[in-house]
Design a protein around this ligand. Structure first.
Ligand code: FMN
Length: 304
């Protein structure tokens, strides 16, 4: 009943650990799988090590999280054994998330992580802090999105998902452009913003970076609208991500057009038990309403 599929990759349930939380080591990816995630995504990996921003980098507020982690990671070669460990031990599909600051570098990182044989590669062309040669986030430009995916498809046989930013008025068009480049699926959305929180006693922004990406329940309506638009413009599978903390949120995502549902912030403040609780709540809802499969619910909100 809860089985789903992403570009031929089978998941026992539609919950996916999204990139950025508990995804640096092989051991923590395996732990998330044991807790019930249907698939697990690594923290985004770049060619060379990145230190990220100084603390504080993650702040919670009433409706979510503001983060400016700054894509810290050990670099592709160092990350390789961690992905290999997860692929060997997780017993669920492993998604290797990659990013780069130039198109050529994207190809190189994809080539390196492919050696670990993850089931999917997710291309983070959306992080607000990574720009193209003209200073724009990659995913804001349909032409560049096509070229980045083309570059990656040339160097790997592993199915590729493009992860998109909501910080554009043209997300459907950008999903289509990624498809044109050969993308096998779309992950949407990355964080919204940037935004800011202020420490009123210190009279200063709290994050060392001053601004950061917004995630968690506050962004759910934006994520739903983006997934809905993407599903309207392409039939590619979608990992709907953004503000999911309950089974009902997950069902909304699926009805907007998602085949699976990414969870990041929810793991941060609810703990890894969230995968089981979301999965059980989806099942309860399906039984109560008479739905027999995820496929049957997918995109149903589009019907007139
Ligand atoms: C602390 C933190 C770190 C993140 N790091 C990454 C990352 O490395 N790569 C990426 O593609 N997305 C990253 N994200 C974005 C999440 O994968 C997700 O797209 C976004 O947070 C929306 O989902 P959520 O509301 O469930 O958190 C990060 C999010 C948070 C909160």
């Amino acid at each position: 009943m809860l089985k789903t599929e992403l570009a031929g990759v089978k998941l026992q349930n539609p919950t996916v650990l999204a990139s950025g939380i508990r995804g640096v080591t092989g051991a923590s990816l395996v732990h998330m799988a044991k807790e019930g995630a249907g698939a697990v995504t690594t923290k985004s990996i770049s060619l060379k090590e990145r230190k990220g921003h100084p603390n504080p980098v993650i702040l919670t507020f009433e409706a979510g999280i503001v983060n400016a982690v700054g894509l810290s990671n050990p670099g592709a070669e160092e990350a390789l054994p961690e992905i290999e460990y997860a692929v060997k031990n997780a017993k669920v599909p492993v998604i290797a998330s990659i990013f780069a600051s130039t198109i050529t570098e994207f190809g190189k990182v994809a080539e390196i992580v492919s050696k670990a044989n993850p089931q999917l590669i997710e291309v983070n062309i959306s992080c607000p802090n990574v720009e193209d040669e003209f200073g724009r986030p990659f995913a804001c430009d349909p032409g560049i999105s096509t070229v980045v995916i083309q570059k990656i498809k040339k160097v790997t046989k592993i199915p590729v998902f493009a992860k998109l930013t909501p910080n554009t008025a043209r997300i459907g068009e950008i999903a289509k452009a990624a498809e044109k480049g050969g993308a096998d699926g779309i992950t949407a959305i990355n964080t919204v913003g940037p935004g800011m929180l202020i420490n009123i006693e210190a009279a200063k922004p709290i994050l060392s970076n001053k601004v950061g990406g917004i995630s968690g329940p506050a962004i759910k309506p934006i994520a739903l609208k983006c997934v809905y638009e993407i599903h309207k413009s392409t039939s590619l599978p979608i990992i709907g991500t953004g503000g999911v903390t309950t089974g009902r949120d997950a069902v909304e995502m699926i009805m907007a057009g998602a085949s699976a549902v990414g969870i990041a912030s929810g793991v941060y403040y609810r703990g890894p038990g969230i995968f089981k609780s979301v999965t059980e709540e989806i099942q309860k809802f399906m039984e109560a309403e008479g739905y027999r499969s995820i496929k049957e619910m997918r995109g149903i909100a589009h019907e007139e």
